[in-house]
Design a protein around this ligand. Structure first.
Ligand SMILES: [Zn+2]
Length: 101
């Protein structure tokens, strides 16, 4: 028998709103997955929601992130997502992950 401890992952980000008072798209996108998991504080969630409503590129990314979530959920239920969709989503997510700084 193995002891399987469920570790809580801390999400550490830089400020969502910059010193200029602007919400930065990159910061929003970094949080989108956490936002979908409902693991984000209410104030940040509000800021993200407002930004997504006003910023089309971010909303696009949000759609992708949500699609990933749904895929994962579906896989957990034992349903198979179509390979083409899964590959497409994984590619977009990989793109996002190694975004140059
Ligand atoms: Zn944006």
């Amino acid at each position: 028998m193995t002891g399987h401890a469920h570790q809580h992952v801390e999400h550490t980000f830089s400020a969502l709103v910059g010193e200029d008072g602007e919400v930065h798209c990159a910061e929003v996108l970094q949080r989108v997955n956490v936002f979908i998991d409902h693991e984000i504080d209410e104030a940040s969630a509000d800021t993200i929601r407002q930004h997504l409503a006003a910023c089309e590129p971010c909303l696009d990314q949000f759609d992708v992130a949500e699609a990933v979530k749904q895929l994962v959920r579906r896989c957990c239920l034992g349903e198979q997502a179509p390979d083409s969709l899964r590959l497409k989503v994984l590619r977009v997510v990989a793109d996002q992950a190694d975004e140059p700084r």
